[in-house]
Design a protein around this ligand. Structure first.
Ligand SMILES: C[S@@+](CC[C@H](N)C(=O)[O-])C[C@H]1O[C@@H](n2cnc3c(N)ncnc32)[C@H](O)[C@@H]1O
Length: 377
């Protein structure tokens, strides 16, 4: 059988050939950390709209290891159920995974992590990315927080088996982790709707926060924020199409089955197809941050669970009609945001940036004085 060491080195070589490392220290870490230790012996793979558990013994070692050493995110938990315990395919939401290694490294490079740094990771998950950090920085300099007690215990076992001894904590990483503050970097491997103020408080001046900013329409952007001497963090989104599962306290509220209400009807000024574009979706979400997106047969709908407001579109032969019901005019909000974006020439997410203070968070277009949106707090 092909050895894990050989597969790991070949895998790191493939990532290098695709230009995934600019710093050789991360290549060395990928070569050294056995990812199979962290995946356990079962994962989920997508099967239509469900997640099918796949076990090592069912695939055989050779096929299992080639899955492990592919640049793929492997979902390990769906709605709190681990792949080993799943009775069969599950239809729920992924709640933990081992992120694809190229993205693990990309986040670390974006954070500009250097030898001697102290790093806080939010979302230990399987512990794989924690082990990559430990390989470079040593366990004493690595702090990692996991929300789910069961996952945290498994990650702790696997990290020990890999010879890593980071500081691990079980809890809500949106509160940061005061023990190791001030950090040189905070890296979130779950997405957030807003930047938790604790991440700013626990960062040294000049330190960076790397995270995906997402929301209830699941429009997401990867950003590096740097803390200035006044305690404000600033940064611009990067081009990568990175998406992570939302931090558990930022998850969408449970949504009842969608039934379309006629409400008030008018022509839509914009096509709902704009939300098929990743930046269009990101902008629409900034416009209506409390809305969830529902795909209907030939259009889309937005639902605000708290107020029961809804908006839904349908083709009318020449364009689109929109129906809105409830106290919030969700489509008006979306149109206004999309209009500002289109007037600026529909740029990609690198045209957007963020300014975060203790009390206020805005995403702006162009520069900090450009059109901006306040994030929900
Ligand atoms: C994409 S997975 C982490 C991937 C992980 N770093 C790895 O390489 O295996 C996201 C993790 O974030 C955890 N999580 C979600 N919300 C959290 C929170 N508020 N605080 C800490 N962890 C959280 C989830 O339980 C999940 O394990």
């Amino acid at each position: 059988m092909t050895s894990s060491t050989f597969l790991r080195q070949r895998f790191a070589g493939e990532l290098a050939a695709y230009g995934r490392f600019t710093d050789p220290a991360w290549r060395a870490a990928v070569e050294a950390v056995p990812r199979e230790l962290f995946l356990g012996d079962a994962v989920f793979r997508p099967q239509g709209i469900e997640w099918e558990p796949v076990r090592r013994e069912q695939l055989g070692d050779e096929a299992w290891l080639s899955m492990v050493y592919s640049d793929t995110t492997w979902v390990t938990q769906v709605d709190g159920i681990g792949a080993r315990d799943a009775p069969g395919p599950l239809a729920g939401r992924p709640t933990s995974s081992s992120t694809l290694p190229s993205l693990v490294v990309r986040m670390l490079e974006l954070a500009d992590v250097r030898d001697g740094d102290r790093v806080l990771e939010i979302g230990t998950g399987t512990g794989y990315s924690t082990a990559i950090l430990c390989h470079r920085l040593g366990g004493k300099a690595v702090y990692s927080v996991e929300y789910d007690e069961y996952l945290a215990a498994a990650a702790a076992r696997h990290l020990r088996a890999a010879g890593c001894s980071p500081h691990l904590a079980v809890g809500d990483g949106l509160r940061g982790h005061q023990d190791g503050a001030d950090y040189d970097a905070v890296i979130a491997t779950c997405a957030v709707r807003t930047i938790p103020p604790s991440w700013l408080w626990q960062l040294r001046e000049g330190g960076s926060i790397v995270t995906t900013l997402s929301g209830w329409m699941l429009g997401s952007g990867l950003i590096r924020l740097v803390l200035d001497d006044k305690g404000t963090a600033h940064g611009r989104f990067v081009t990568d199409q990175a998406s992570y599962m939302l931090a558990r306290p930022h998850e969408r509220p449970p949504r009842p089955t969608f039934y379309a209400h006629p409400g008030s009807t008018r022509d839509s000024w914009v096509s709902p197809d704009l939300l098929d574009d990743l930046t269009g979706l990101f902008v629409a979400q900034l416009g209506a941050p409390s809305a969830e997106l529902v795909r209907t047969g030939d259009g889309l709908a937005q639902v605000d669970v708290a107020t029961g407001s809804q908006a839904w579109t349908e083709p009318d032969g020449t364009g689109w009609t929109v129906h809105q019901d409830g106290p919030l005019r969700l489509w008006d909000q979306v149109e206004e945001a999309l209009d500002a974006w289109q007037k600026a020439g529909s740029p990609d997410r690198t045209a957007f940036g963020m300014t975060v203070t203790e009390g206020d968070q805005t995403v702006w277009l162009g520069d900090p004085a450009g059109p901006c949106r306040r994030l929900p707090t």
